[in-house]
Design a protein around this ligand. Structure first.
Ligand SMILES: [Zn+2]
Length: 96
């Protein structure tokens, strides 16, 4: 009978694929790529959900996001007045 090897191969393939899909819906690179648009609220609801899921499980990206959000808020806040020197200094420290 030839059914056995076929069956086991199919079973292994399925298990591998489904586990990968569940385990990491989004990696840090994808997260960083979308962060900009997330802060600008340009993502669709599915993308937002995926991104939030990743942020919850990834402190690095969470920090990155908080920084981006803070930056956006400050930029919006100080549209035509000068950027506070303290903030500029902080930014330089974080970016280098
Ligand atoms: Zn991450």
């Amino acid at each position: 009978m030839r059914s056995n090897p076929v069956l086991s191969a199919a079973a292994t393939g399925t298990r591998c694929r489904s586990r990968e899909r569940k385990g990491k819906a989004m990696n840090c690179k994808e997260c960083a790529d979308k962060l900009d648009r997330f802060v600008d609220r340009e993502l669709n609801s599915t993308e937002v959900l995926e991104l939030q899921l990743h942020l919850e499980s990834c402190p690095d990206c969470q920090e990155h996001y908080e920084f981006e959000a803070e930056l956006k808020r400050l930029v919006r806040h100080s549209c035509d007045c000068d950027t506070p020197p303290a903030f500029r200094e902080k930014m330089r420290q974080l970016l280098t």
